[in-house]
Design a protein around this ligand. Structure first.
Ligand SMILES: [Zn+2]
Length: 72
């Protein structure tokens, strides 16, 4: 008696990691409210050696939380 067909199929539920990355990038560049492309402005603060990046939505006027980068 032979029962070679006894292994259950392996279901691989793997999502494309590249697709995930793309949506993450999209989220940063687009307004979460109206999907407009965000406008980025960079202000150089020389006295603190910092660059403040502010993103603003031209569609609904929402200003995102500014990010601060320190220069070295
Ligand atoms: Zn918007």
């Amino acid at each position: 008696m032979r029962s070679a067909q006894n292994h259950s199929p392996v279901v691989v539920n793997e999502k494309d990691p590249q697709q995930k990355q793309t949506s993450a990038v999209k989220k940063l560049e687009q307004c979460p409210f109206c999907d407009s492309k965000l406008l980025f402005t960079h202000d150089l603060n020389l006295s603190y050696l910092q660059v403040v990046e502010t993103s603003r939505c031209p569609g609904c006027g929402v200003t995102m939380r500014p990010k601060t980068f320190t220069l070295h």
